[in-house]
Design a protein around this ligand. Structure first.
Ligand code: NAD
Length: 437
């Protein structure tokens, strides 16, 4: 065990908890801090407050090996730690700007407990200049020596543990390469390329990466919309385009637009940041607009099929923003349900993991079911809004008998449209209406 690497992780959301657990798995001694006492109690027992494949197992293993601890007290967590990782949320303000209040609060709390030289590593996604601002803030409150580094996190919810332990690259932002040495050492065993740069560049790398990916999604969604005027099928087009090594096959999935806690927030934040500096980032504005349009189009397609939605019963399969997570932040499914209920539709919905979280934000005519077939029973139309793998394995023969009308709108292009049409379903994907899907 590398006793020299005593790490404290502040914030135990998707990034903080996964980072803490993985750092422990890598052999470090880790204490994770969260302000919620009940959450800390739960985590001490090896129970993860978030659904993330493989996470609970690793938590239990490392708690047992006595290298993973949970505390509400930062003082206890920082005792003997050589590094403190800030993993708190940076949610969007109303104007799209990143809200840095949690980062600032974390910095003040760290300053209060700083006794000896410590490296403070920001993992939260923050605008350019935040590491420098954090450094100034801590300096104002304490006399001990420290450095502030930035190390963006690129994990994806749903495959977070694997992404953390097998990253494409690790990016480290520091004022000096020498300062980055200890952090390079921590990540070295992951055998990924480690890129050390200055703090501003590292801060922008995170936003630029997410904006690039969001851009790719909006572009393929626009191509999908064009496909709907033609005999072309966006799935085939995306495959053909993705075979080009310069483009690659990833993030070319057409559908109801990107969601989640990162892409929408980060695209808005960079757009807002650029605007505040006096630069009009036209491309990002278009990316945002197209993403909203995909959701609106999906609702319009439902209206086209059913006419007036008042009292129409619609089955919505999927609430999470994507499969394999319980996260519903900025989920297209949630927005679509809100739009449908506003038009008077009655929603019957099922999601394997996200129902409890959805109940907190949805009201009105929404009924939740613990299995997909009950949600589908007696509905006028079935909408697929999250790509949960289990939806592929449903018995479509049974579903045909349960639906009032055999209409399926597949917002994720995840089902076999050819087979479903042969079975007599009126199936429509996104950008695939006349194609092979
Ligand atoms: P989250 O909201 O799920 O978790 C934040 C956690 O921090 C919460 O548990 C909260 O209780 C805790 N917290 C906040 N202030 C605290 C304080 N002062 N002391 C102790 N605990 C505190 O957020 P998240 O999804 O983990 O994201 C964190 C950051 O990482 C964000 O900036 C996000 O943009 C970025 N990020 C997220 C992802 C992702 O997939 N979720 C991926 C890459 C980067």
């Amino acid at each position: 065990m590398k006793d020299n690497n005593k790490i404290c992780v502040l914030g135990t959301g998707y990034v903080g908890l996964v980072s803490g657990v993985c750092f422990a798995e890598m052999g470090n001694l880790v204490t994770c801090i969260d302000r919620h006492k009940d959450k800390v109690e739960m985590m001490r027992k090896g129970k993860s407050p978030i659904f993330e494949p493989g996470l609970s197992e690793l938590m239990k293993k490392n708690i047992k090996k006595e290298r993973l601890f949970f505390e509400t007290s930062l003082k206890k967590g920082m005792k003997g730690a050589t590094m403190v990782f800030i993993c708190v949320g940076t949610p969007p303000k109303k104007n799209g700007e990143a809200d840095l209040s949690h980062v600032k609060k974390a910095a003040q709390q760290i300053a209060k407990n700083l006794q000896k030289y410590t490296q403070i590593v920001i993992k939260s996604t923050v605008p350019v200049g935040t590491s420098a601002m954090t450094e100034r803030l801590i300096r104002r409150h304490c006399k001990a020596e420290f450095d502030v580094l930035f190390c963006p996190e690129f994990l994806r919810e749903g495959s977070a543990v694997g992404d953390f332990l097998k990253p494409d690259r690790v990016v480290i932002g520091a004022t000096d390469k020498k300062i980055a040495r200890d952090l390079v050492q921590v990540f070295k065993e992951l055998k990924a390329p480690i890129f050390v740069t200055n703090r501003s560049s590292s801060e922008l790398i995170k936003y630029a990466s997410n904006c690039f990916l969001a851009n790719k999604i909006s572009l393929i969604n626009e191509i999908a919309n064009v496909c709907e005027y033609t005999e072309a099928d966006v799935e085939e087009v995306a495959h053909g385009v993705g075979l080009d090594k310069r483009i690659g096959p990833h993030f070319l999935k057409a559908g109801i637009g990107y969601g989640g806690s990162c892409f929408p927030k980060d695209v808005h934040a960079l757009n807002q940041y650029a605007g505040a500096k006096g630069y009009d980032f036209k491309l990002l504005k278009a990316v945002i607009k197209v993403n909203q349009q995909q959701r609106d189009n999906f609702v319009k397609k439902i209206e086209k099929r059913l006419g007036n939605l008042k009292d129409k019963r619609i089955a919505v399969l999927g609430l999470a923003f994507k499969g394999n997570t319980d996260d519903i932040r900025e989920s297209a499914a949630i927005e679509i349900i809100k739009a449908l209920t506003k038009k008077g539709a009655k929603i019957q919905t099922y999601d394997p993991e996200a129902i409890n979280r959805a109940k907190e934000v949805l009201d009105g005519q929404v009924r939740y079911f613990r299995n997909p077939y009950s949600a589908i029973r007696n509905c006028d139309l079935l909408a697929i809004t999250t790509e949960w793998p289990e939806f592929k394995k449903l018995s479509w023969r049974k579903i045909k008998t349960l639906l009032k009308n055999p209409i399926i709108l597949d917002g994720k292009n995840m089902l076999d449209g050819v087979k479903l049409r042969k079975m007599g379903f009126d199936y429509q994907g996104v950008g695939t209406s006349n194609g092979t899907k």
